[in-house]
Design a binder for this molecule. Structure first.
Ligand code: AMP
Length: 192
């Protein structure tokens, strides 16, 4: 199986690149952010709980997020592999994911980390907020908090994969196709 963690700060382009990777490598795309937003829209209990964290730009608690992610993986037993987009966001989530995948007889193949500087991220998120309808993309204070949360709680997850020799940093600035080609060459190179 090809199991990719697509990593990077908010606004790095994970969602955009996931779409292209799914089409090229025939993978199942699991975005915890998208799943939370789906639950919020449908006013589920999970959505109500998640909304209180997401609206402030904070992380949803690990236990809730991990349980949700595992349930989503279980829905796709036929998958040739997964793209984990926006998960894991803490070391505890990374550890839980390893344990879970091991129980399924598989593992993470690689982490691809999109690197974009903070000024560019803020610019992209404010622009996205104009038509994404995402409350957390409109307010600059919430955007700054999301970037801080990334720096303080999420960035360390990269070390977890670096320690397993699975970390690959990729320049996340350029055209969508340029960035996609950078990702693709690492996947191809690592899969041989
Ligand atoms: P995203 O669409 O990936 O930017 O996620 C939007 C929001 O959903 C984040 O700011 C968090 O509040 C929440 N979220 C998404 N993924 C996770 C995760 N793995 N752990 C905790 N919270 C998450």
């Amino acid at each position: 199986m090809l199991n990719i963690v697509l990593f990077g700060p908010p606004g790095a382009g994970k969602g955009t690149q996931s779409q292209k990777l799914v089409d090229t490598f025939n993978l199942v795309h699991l975005s915890t952010g998208d799943i939370f937003r789906f639950n919020i829209k449908n006013e589920t209990d999970l959505g109500k709980l998640a909304k209180s964290f997401i609206d402030k730009g904070n992380l949803v608690p690990d236990e809730v997020t991990i349980n949700m992610l595992e349930a989503e993986v279980e829905k796709h037993p036929e998958a040739k592999g997964y793209i984990f987009d926006g998960f894991p966001r803490t070391t505890a989530q990374a550890q839980a994911l390893d344990k879970f995948l091991e129980s399924k007889g598989t593992s993470i193949s690689m982490m691809l980390a999109l690197m974009v500087d903070e000024e560019e991220l803020t610019k992209r998120l404010l622009l996205r907020g104009k038509d994404s309808g995402r409350a957390d993309d409109i307010d600059e204070n919430i955007i700054r908090n999301r970037i801080n949360v990334y720096n303080e709680q999420t960035a360390v997850a990269a070390e977890y994969y670096a320690n397993q020799n699975k970390y690959h940093g990729i320049d996340g600035v350029g055209s969508i196709d340029e960035i996609f080609n950078r990702l693709k060459s690492i996947i191809v190179e690592q899969s041989h």
